[in-house]
Design a binder for this molecule. Sequence first.
Ligand code: ATP
Ligand code: MG
Ligand code: MG
Ligand code: MG
Length: 467
Amino acid sequence: PHMTTAQIRQAFLDFFSSKQHQAITSSSLVPGNDPTLLFTNAGMVQFKDVFLGADQRPYTRATSSQRCVRAGGKHNDLENVGYTARHHTFFEMLGNFSFGDYFKEDAIKFAWQFLTETLQLPKEKLLVTVYHTDDEAFDLWNKHIGLPEDRIIRIDTADNFWSMGDTGPCGPCSEIFYDHGEEIWGGPPGSPEEDGDRFIEIWNLVFMQYNRHADGTMEPLPKQSVDTGMGLERISAIMQGVHSNYEIDIFQNLISAAASVTHAQDLSDKSLRVIADHIRSCAFLISDGVMPSNEGRGYVLRRIIRRAVRHGNKLGATDNFFHKLVSALGEQMGDAYPELHKQREIIEKVLRIEEEQFGKTLERGLAILEENLKDLSGDVIPGDVVFKLYDTYGFPADLTADVARERFMTIDEAGFQECMAAQRKMAQQAGKFGTDYNEQLKSEKHTEFKGYEHNHFSGTVVELFVD
Ligand code: ATP
Ligand code: MG
Ligand code: MG
Ligand code: MG
């Protein structure tokens, strides 16, 4: 049956509530309990301490629809946006969790029941992976569920073995895939063509089975647990009979809104998908208290905003357009996330100021880039050009790389880093910072936004992210 994204989200929470799961609201994109993590990137993040036994809850089963951002750190899908049918920087992860309660058998049973009974997906379109040594999961799928052997794929890579860190809870995963049909390029998981978008992973079931010690030995956990995650947009695409996440209700409406504010004509333009994606991550990050800055979380936000502005420019937008999409987003997602309504004005204001400032140098920077490309032999943009764009025109290196990629070019990342290091050294010798355009924006922002200073991220982001 056709279901809206909102209906699917509700159906999932209702299903697991009927199986004695406590429905928990999404936590912030800024993890409250983990300074090593850039953004909340999975449903389990808010339950991490419960899994570790360091936090007690009055329930042993939970379900949630968690807002997630994967635009930096260990999970970074920023570069996939606009290129795959299934990746966003911001998405919602539906999850069910068992804290030492049920284990593999029920986790598999619940997932199958929800997909094939509640959502009535055709069984023959589904296939699963298990970790290569996990005979238990294989047998559950095969004997208990009745899935034929040739649709249970044994995978021996880390993709199917989850761990929280080098030590601590870990265990095998079983992932459920949907076959969108042979007209789409791609092969089943484990095959050389698995990166295609024909077989799309929809749900990951993680079985927390062992505790790994520093010496590498693994012993069974006293309380085995379950953590699952299903991408709401991916399951919506299936339920709405479309292949790409960008064709689902929410995205179609955001893409239309993006076309109207940029005056774009072609609704299938890749840049519209990028903008529709980026307004979600930017608006939700700001509503969770992240402010554009030059470091850590704030710099990820700034980079996403600037990428969106560049794509708008590419579509021919002459005005500041990005902040105008906040209300359209509120219409699409404000019922599920009332903070979008409550924070609307702040979100718009932050975005507008960022756009205005970057807008001042964007055109000039793009012109400089064109000039440099004219004389270029080869397909690598030299590090010093990337650096000049960064330093003088406020182009984050990943933005220049995004432009390069559209022309089947790359940037000299190492050369750029060398220029950065040289500049830092010079600044140290001079006892002051150089004229870094990004730095200027930052100080302007500080005077303008004093009122929200408390929102600035003040912890340490130790997770590395690459420009
Ligand atoms: P993929 O292999 O397709 O990148 P993943 O294995 O990285 O997905 P998990 O970490 O297992 O994803 O996350 C659980 C689920 O969340 C996935 O099965 C998928 O449905 C969804 N998901 C993951 N990353 C994204 C994303 N960037 N955008 C939308 N949905 C996502
Ligand atoms: Mg991934
Ligand atoms: Mg995967
Ligand atoms: Mg996965």
